[in-house]
Write a new protein. Structure first.
Length: 355
């Protein structure tokens, strides 16, 4: 079976060397490998104030805490469920703003029309499929209205705009290092924090509020352990290779499907990471038909994202016609670094047979 995504497994010998080191030191957590990974990631991404945590959802929850978000937050209904559920988990009400039908990111013009009040404390946009949001417009709107911005940048590892990491945007950007993401640590995540004081605070609250010998504030436990950090160090050494191999498959899909299927409009002026290849069918029934046909041929594709998050049973519904329509018709095709170009050819041929 060809999976829509499989975890990237780095050089095993290298990983075993780190495991040996962990066995010798008996240092399983609070250790030097997490520290090393934190340093190397910040360097690789070209950002400051990076804090490693246990996963991408915890990264979001820490971000809300650090920025004291409360009340209501403007967000997109077209994302992985964690962006919305993390808000609800913290007692913050998501206010859904529909997406732009081309970029599939939060629609800035619609956002500007939202009637703001003192209960709205922030914005949570998502760089969906690694396609950068219009960060300048979002920042201008946020600054004018005194709102905090948290970017869920789970899809945007290594994405750059004008040569600069997109992760430096917003008050905080968060990453997920889940096994199936572009860069992974098995489970893991990170925050990239603009303000130096908030960064110092983040380092404390992810470790029980501990600061050296004193306990300064209420904290939680969000530390990444050493085996995850070891995996991350190994994967990080191979990200150029991961990018290249993804790009070959992405470009093949793009070239052969662009004229026959609706695709998101990518910002090709930016440096993208080619993490996902979503296609949008003319109808849900066509999507179901193609998905079934692929499955009969041992190819698994994923309805990603489905359903539109404004329709979840635990949120207040707001009409988002674009997101609701797209989420019924969008399918993520298999794309991972272990895939050869000829496998993508097979996927393409099967899809074309059913169109
Ligand atoms: C993967 C993902 C998350 C959650 O990250 P975890 O590390 O699995 O907790 C959140 N938001 C988006 C957009 C994601 O793709």
């Amino acid at each position: 079976m060809l999976q829509v995504s499989t975890p990237y497994l780095p050089n095993k010998k290298k990983l075993l060397k780190y495991i040996d080191q962990i066995y010798k030191s008996k240092w399983l957590t609070n250790g030097p490998l997490a520290e090393e990974l934190e340093f190397k990631l910040a360097e690789h991404l070209g950002v400051k104030n990076l804090v490693l945590v246990t996963n991408g959802t915890v990264a979001l929850n820490l971000a809300y805490k650090l920025l004291e978000l409360k009340g209501r937050v403007l967000t997109t209904p077209f994302s992985y469920v964690a962006s919305t559920s993390s808000l609800c988990w913290d007692g913050i009400e998501p206010i859904f703003v529909d997406i732009n039908s081309k970029s599939l990111n939060l629609d800035i013009d619609l956002m500007k029309n939202v009637k703001l009040d003192e209960n709205i404390s922030g914005i949570l946009p998502v760089h969906v499929f690694g396609n950068p949001c219009d960060v300048d417009s979002i920042q201008a709107f946020a600054t004018n209205n005194n709102l905090k911005v948290v970017y869920d940048a789970s899809h945007a590892f290594d994405v750059k705009v004008h040569g600069e990491s997109i992760l430096a945007q917003g008050d905080i950007s968060t990453l997920s290092f889940h096994a199936t993401k572009f860069f992974h640590t098995i489970e893991g995540g990170a925050l990239i924090i603009k303000d130096d004081n908030i960064y110092e605070h983040a380092k404390k609250i992810k470790n029980f509020g501990i600061n050296g010998l004193s306990i300064d504030c209420v904290g939680t436990n969000a530390k990444m352990h050493e085996i995850s950090a070891a995996m991350g160090l190994c994967v990080l050494d191979e990200v150029e290779n991961i990018l290249e191999r993804r790009k070959i498959v992405f470009e093949n899909y793009w070239t052969r499907l662009n004229s026959v299927l609706q695709l998101p409009e990518y910002d090709f002026k930016s440096d993208l990471n080619y993490s996902y290849f979503p296609v949008i069918f003319e109808s849900e029934s066509k999507l179901v038909e193609v998905t079934r046909y692929l499955l009969e041929n041992n190819i698994s594709a994923r309805r990603y994202f489905y359903p539109s998050l404004n329709t979840l049973n635990y949120v207040k519904y707001a009409e988002c016609p674009v997101a609701e329509s797209v989420s019924k018709r969008v399918l993520a095709l298999p794309l991972h670094p272990d895939m050869d170009k000829n496998i993508s050819d097979k996927v393409i041929t099967l899809i074309l047979e059913k169109l």
